[in-house]
Design a protein around this ligand. Structure first.
Ligand code: PEP
Ligand code: MN
Length: 295
């Protein structure tokens, strides 16, 4: 029996006709749509590494971290100017000042910038500073926000809702696509499941990567930082995600010599760990290329 309103994978061509493989035969079996952000290309076989602070706190902190990301071989800078926090009493980000700091960091390093937008009324303002707009897990089903982001003429990083099914996630992406913007990168960031919070922040759903690739042509990256919430797990989770064939990673780092960051300190890794992850990502890409050439 099918309960009214309940959806399953078979419904995807109806829920997401613009993004579903079944309704877009112009994309061959494994072909991914390449999403370009200021010269950085997601979905082309070489995993993209995005890294940066959880929150933009100060000019010195963000520019310092951006330089470290570039020196480690990272491709893009992340950093939240507007932060979705569980408590309204916690640090909420630096807002417009944070966006300006991100622009300076881009000028200093040449790294394209991705930053979160939470409020539909702020989309055009954030789009003036960002190269890619992030819709966070908590807002994955904020449909007015998705539509506004779809109209902003910027690539979008759409994080999976922490309790979202694949159909709900792709349905959310379809809201962006419906505005004429197919430059969407999906991001698995951990879901709530039975053991959530006991030993890791969420449960990193690696099995969703091949499922995403089977059902849509959009690139999919993984956020090992929010998924695990534990610094020591970020590197192994990154390796596992790359083994599952993701198109990139988005990772939080901090300069731990300067004290803990204001948000998500427990999951922040240092720059030397990031450099190791980037090296691993590059060697995996080379291995894959060799396998393709040999086949
Ligand atoms: C973030 O990337 O800054 C963030 C808050 O992540 P998420 O929306 O996945 O919790
Ligand atoms: Mn964070």
């Amino acid at each position: 029996m099918k309960i009214a309103g309940q959806v399953s994978i078979e419904d995807l061509p109806r829920i997401a006709p613009l993004l579903s493989r079944a309704t877009n035969p112009q994309y061959s079996d494994r072909q991914t749509r390449v999403v370009e952000v200021r010269g950085v290309r997601f979905g082309e076989g070489r995993p993209v590494v995005v890294a940066g602070p959880c929150a933009v706190e100060t000019h010195e902190q963000t520019v310092g971290i951006a330089r470290a990301v570039r020196e480690s071989g990272g491709d893009m800078l992340r950093g939240g100017a507007y932060k979705p926090r569980t408590s309204p009493h916690d640090f909420q980000g630096t807002g417009l000042e944070g966006l300006c700091i991100l622009s300076v960091a881009r000028e200093e390093t040449g790294l394209p910038v991705v930053t979160e937008v939470m409020d539909p009324r702020l989309v055009s303002e954030v789009a003036k500073y960002a190269d890619m707009l992030q819709v966070g897990s908590r807002n994955m089903q904020n449909y007015p926000l998705l539509a506004e982001v779809g109209r902003a003429h910027k690539p979008v990083l759409l994080k999976r809702g922490m309790a979202a099914s694949l159909c709900e996630w792709l349905g959310a992406a379809e809201y962006i696509a419906k505005q004429g913007n197919l430059d969407i990168v999906l991001c698995e960031r951990g879901i709530k499941a039975f053991p959530s919070g006991e030993y890791a922040r969420y449960v990193l759903d690696l099995s969703v990567i091949p499922a995403v690739q089977a059902h849509t042509f959009l690139p999919v990256i993984v956020d090992p930082s929010h998924a695990t919430g534990v610094a020591a797990m970020v590197e192994p989770a990154s390796r596992a995600a790359l083994d599952f064939g993701c198109d990139g990673l988005i990772i939080e780092i901090a300069d731990l010599r300067k004290g803990p960051p204001k948000c998500d300190a427990a999951q922040a890794i240092d720059v030397s760990t990031l450099a190791r992850i980037v090296r691993f990502a590059r060697s995996r890409a080379e291995e894959l290329q060799e396998q393709i050439t040999a086949a």
